[in-house]
Design a protein. Structure first.
Length: 317
């Protein structure tokens, strides 16, 4: 249902990174958020619900946990043969379920292809938000996962004001809404696109961030320009240069800050991605012709590795 709604919101988003990895195209620059999240104290234990469910199940007490995921096509498992078990929120849910037969995990993946963090809440000129739409279903979340970032770092969002300067604020507001509903919250950073991705603005769309430029922006006129959008950096301090997206570095940094600001848990998928690219290159992690959707191996070395480590840490605390 959310996918149908999202497709109709032409004033906000014309198309996102679907199965072909096309860049976002935006009809009009986004405006500052108008929804103010409730004031929520930073949780003493950001995973209290999840830990209680696991601990109860471990003693044979029947327990339940509803896991809700929000993100884009990467979170929906585009390029995966079995998205029902391999997509990030589904994999997390299955791994939690596998810890005990006494634990009943319900997984609700509310990710929407082509979406960005700014769509989580009502914000003019849109008339809905993914969070409001989920809460209208009357379900109570125990654990909420935010796994955005890929689309937020593409020019169609990044250079049209949908991502910055409000990304951290918007994500933090979404986190607080989930916390106010009584949920644990996990934020996941995103892998990077393959270095051969074409960096360009959608035709007919002006650049509004970080500086204004009229529509039909030439690739080298973008900020950063196409030739400097993917750069080689030593991200792990090992003296090894790997290709990284300048835009996605900024998006992931803002996601980490939003998690820290709100006391949400963090699975830093980006770091696992860098470790894998440093040792194995990047081509192995994308199917042929794909540029933004990691394949199963790409998910295994990033999302799934991070999720496995995260759950292991939960069980030892």
């Amino acid at each position: 249902m959310l996918k149908l709604i999202a497709a109709s919101v032409l004033a906000f988003l014309l198309h996102g990174c679907g199965s072909g990895g096309a860049p976002l195209a935006v009809a009009a620059p986004a405006v500052a958020p108008v929804v103010v999240a409730p004031v929520v104290a930073v949780p003493v234990d950001p995973m209290a619900n999840t830990k209680l469910a696991l601990q109860s199940a471990a003693t044979g007490i029947s327990s339940s946990l509803t896991v809700v995921g929000f993100g884009s096509s990467v979170s929906n498992g585009a390029a995966l043969a079995d998205a029902g078990t391999q997509a990030p929120v589904m994999y997390l849910s299955h791994q939690l379920q596998a810890k005990s037969a006494a634990l009943r995990v319900t997984a609700l993946n509310r990710s929407v292809d082509g979406s960005v963090v700014a769509q989580m809440q009502f914000d003019a000129p849109r008339t809905f938000g993914y969070w409001e739409a989920f809460m209208a279903e009357g379900k109570k979340p125990g654990l909420v996962v935010f796994a955005f970032g890929m689309n937020d770092g593409l020019p169609g969002a990044y250079n049209t004001g949908q991502t910055f300067p409000f990304f951290q604020r918007r994500l933090a507001e979404a986190i607080r809404l989930a916390q106010a509903a009584g949920a644990d919250v996990v934020v996941m950073t995103t892998p990077h696109p393959i270095s051969t991705v074409v960096w360009s603005m959608p035709a007919g769309v002006p650049q509004t961030y970080p500086v204004d430029l009229p529509a039909n922006v030439a690739p080298e006129a973008m900020s950063p320009p196409a030739s400097k959008s993917t750069v080689l950096k030593d991200m792990l301090g090992h003296g090894i240069l790997i290709p990284v997206s300048e835009r996605h570095l900024q998006v992931n940094d803002a996601a980490r800050k939003a998690a820290a600001e709100t006391g949400a848990a963090l699975i830093d998928v980006e770091r696992y991605w860098f470790e894998a690219v440093e040792t194995r290159g990047e081509k192995l992690f994308f199917n042929e012709s794909e540029t933004v959707h990691p394949n199963l191996i790409g998910h295994q070395v990033s999302y799934q590795r991070g999720i496995d480590a995260f759950i292991a840490a939960l069980l030892t605390k």
